[in-house]
Every structure is written in C-alpha cells, then in structure tokens.
Design a protein around this ligand. Structure first.
Ligand code: PLP
Length: 429
C-alpha cells in the first residue's frame, strides 16, 4: 500500500517511508491511497475469531508486503497481549475499557505497534531514528514504554511542566535508557508547535532522521481501528445498531474508528465528546474551522485547540460537510459537567470512570436523547491516572494498580527547556 500526503505536494510513498518520516516532505499528513472493504463474511463470523486474527485481517492491506505477513502477525500478537473488555452501563450504553495495557492508556496499542514496526525497519537501517513527541499526558508514557530498549531509536518527549498528572509525569520521566523527557515551560500547544517547528527545520532534519510518534504517524494511528472491531465482536449478538462516543483531543482515535467503518464495520454514528476545547464542535455548527489556543481542563489529554487528525476525517468524508455531518456529532462539556458525570456513573451504576471516559459518557447520553442505538463510550485511561480528581468527586480512595505503584517511588529525571532554540541545541548536542 502506498500513502499520499494530504497537502498533495509530495510524492506518494511506501508504508516504511511514511512511518520513518512521520510527516510528508510537504508537511502534510499521510493517508492510504485506498481503503478496500473487508468481505462481508469477515463480519458475519467475527465472533469466532481471536483479537489477533481480527487485527491482522483488518490492517494487513495497509502494511503487507512492506512488513511480511509472518512478521506482522508477531507484531500484532506482542502489541495486543491484554484485554479489551466491554462493560455494560445500562440498557443503551456500554463502555469499552482501553486501559488494560502497560501504561493503562489506550495509546499503548498504537505506541507498541509503531515501535515494533520501526524496530523491524531499523534492522536494515544504519542511521539512528529520533522519535520526537509532544504529549498532553498519556502519549508520553505509552510511547516511552512502547519504545523502551528498541535498538536504533532514541525517544525525546516534550511535556508541559505542571500540566500532566503525577502518575503521567512519573511514567515518562523514570525510564531512562533511550528515553529522554524535556519539561517545557508552557502548555501542550507550545510542545506541539516546537515539534512541528523541528520537523520544518531543514538544518536539523539534514543532520538527523526525525520522526513523530503522535497520531499523525500512520503506524500509531491506524492500529486504533482494532478497538471498534473488538467492540462489535462483543456486542454483535445484541442486534442493535452501534454508535461510538469517543473522548477526543487530536481526533486520531475517532478517525481510526471511521477507517474501521470504511472497512465495512457497521457503525451508525460517531460522537466526538470534547471538553472545553471545542474547535470541532464549533466547526460542526458553523462550517468554519477556527483553531484556538488550548485551555486546561481535568481531562487534560484532550486539551487540544487544533486537532491534527481532523483533516484526515475530512478526507474520509470526501471533504464534504454534509457527508461528515451525517456521520459525526460533536459536543463539548465543562469540568463541572464532567465531575457530575463521574459521580453519576459511580452512584447510579457503580462504575468508576476517569474524566475522559466521563466526557464520553456525556456524549453518549446526549446522542441518545434524539436517536436510537446502543452507544459505546471509550474509556481511554484508568481512573487512578487522574487520582486527585476522581477521589475528590466520588469521595472514596482507589488503590493503585501494580504497574502504577511500581513507578511512583522512582526518581523523576527531566531536562527543563523554555523555547525552540533550547530544543534544537539539545537535539544537536
Ligand atoms: C490521547 C487521549 C485522548 C484523545 O485521543 P485522540 O486520539 O487524541 O483524540 C483521550 N483520552 C485519553 C486518556 C488520552 O490519553
């Protein structure tokens, strides 16, 4: 499969080249040249297949032969070695728990998959690759964990100082080895801007091979389509049409769901559940895309003012507003709404959500006011990763899971940086 740049000013290229580059030379996001629906029999018999079989069938057209079938199978088996349970909340709402991986964030799947793809390509590359990634919280930990010890790959993570949770900070600053954390005096958008600037800096890119492990990288983005297939497998027998409410920041996860839909997965509708960062909500009302600086919320992994994957969503809908509107609704919620939802889920359904999942739950409820479907909201992080907020709202202490408890005593190591020049001199040191 070849990939083209959404800016349409760069040559089409292979999966390998697209993964190694991250962004196309014209700064566009890569997009697959074609998406061929799977055979109807795939969905008719999906409940008889294992998760790894489903994942392999669903993604192979995008990756084989650049990665041979047997290698891809191994990569998938190693990536998906944990559960993806669907939990019933009430008659019309369920949640898909995506937090059973090593860093308890849904980004584990994309990070582990991408690290293994890059590791495979690096067997024959002589030049080291530097993965440069901006994180609003969970990306950093998942990428650090997924890439730890991968040969020929150095990982540099930029995170906004004081704006990620304690657990998140520990996850990205305690690993050492090929992982470095840069603590930025600013907000997430500053980190993302610096990463973008680095990719455009030809002096830098002529000296080192930089790539991104944000969801702009196709190897991080595409495997997220598995979640939607795994949900269908578990809920198909209920016989009700499915809609998904996806807590969204950079819109990579929801966009991967739309790829699953293009592959033939029966999905009635998507709901992008947002916090106060409502650029897409406003776009869906006004048809004007007006990116804004991000504002800080208690669902900080979604504090994004200019979601990078929205352009892929538009492409998937032929850049036609009416087509998009028929498939996507978008709602925004305040921190107070989110806390009330956390409490409601706990009191009425005995379910402890995290703030991101709670926003997803609100989106599910809103859609059901006017539509009939079974709505699945994605639970994108384990509640203990947002311990202060969750414990404060439900007034109950939650125990740290072992993978989190183990890192809390480790010492944080980070390098403070204030601006782009500091980043550049660090990279060139
Ligand atoms: C990254 C993240 C999101 C947002 O996902 P996008 O693909 O950027 O829309 C939501 N919740 C959590 C916990 C995250 O880490």
């Amino acid at each position: 499969m070849n990939y083209y740049s959404l800016n349409k000013k760069a040559p089409n290229t292979t999966f390998e080249d697209a993964v190694v580059r991250g962004l196309a030379p014209d700064k566009g996001l890569y997009f697959p040249e074609s998406i061929t629906p799977l055979a109807p029999s795939f969905f008719e018999t999906i409940e008889d297949k294992s998760n790894t079989e489903i994942a392999f069938e669903a993604i192979k057209q995008f990756i084989v032969p650049e990665i041979p079938e047997d290698v891809l199978k191994t990569i998938i088996e190693e990536t998906l070695n944990f559960d993806f349970p669907v939990i019933k909340i009430n008659e019309n709402i369920s949640t898909l728990e995506l937090f059973h991986g090593p860093t308890m964030a849904f980004k584990d799947v994309g990070a582990r998959f991408m690290a293994r793809c890059l590791g495979y390509f690096n067997k024959t590359n002589t030049k080291d690759v530097t993965v440069l990634v901006a994180t609003s919280g969970d990306t950093g930990g998942a990428v650090a964990n997924g890439f730890l010890g991968v040969k020929g790959v150095n990982v540099v993570i930029l995170y906004p100082s004081g704006k990620v949770s304690d657990i998140q900070e520990k996850q990205l600053t305690t690993l050492g080895k090929n992982i470095t954390a840069l603590e930025v005096d600013g907000v997430f958008d500053d980190c993302q801007d610096m990463v973008k600037q680095a990719f455009m800096d030809t002096e830098l890119t002529s000296k080192m091979q930089l790539t991104s492990a944000n969801s702009i990288n196709i190897a991080r983005w595409l495997p997220q389509l598995f979640y939607f297939m795994f949900t269908y497998k578990q809920l198909k027998s209920k016989g009700k049409e499915l809609a998904f409410s996806v807590p969204s920041g950079n819109f990579g996860n929801i966009c991967a769901g739309m790829v699953a839909q293009k592959l033939g997965l029966p999905i009635k509708h998507f709901i992008a559940a947002n916090n106060a960062n409502d650029t897409v909500v406003n776009y869906m009302i006004s048809e004007t895309y007006n990116p804004k600086p991000s504002v800080q919320t208690i669902s900080n992994a979604m504090d994004v003012g200019n979601p990078s994957n929205f352009i892929r969503i538009q492409e998937l809908h032929n850049n036609d507003f009416d087509t998009l509107k028929a498939n996507l609704s978008s709602y925004s919620y305040t921190d107070d709404d989110t806390k009330a939802a956390l409490l409601e889920l706990y009191n009425d359904f005995n379910y402890i959500a995290d703030p991101h999942g709670a926003v997803g739950y609100l989106g599910a409820k809103e859609y059901l006011k006017e539509h009939d479907a079974h709505v699945v909201f994605l639970e994108t992080a384990h509640p203990t990763k947002f311990l202060d907020v969750v414990e404060d709202v439900i007034r109950k202490s939650i125990e740290l899971p072992p993978q989190i408890a183990a890192i809390m005593d480790e010492e944080k190591v980070s390098i403070p940086i204030g601006n782009y020049d500091a980043l550049k001199s660090y990279l060139l040191h």
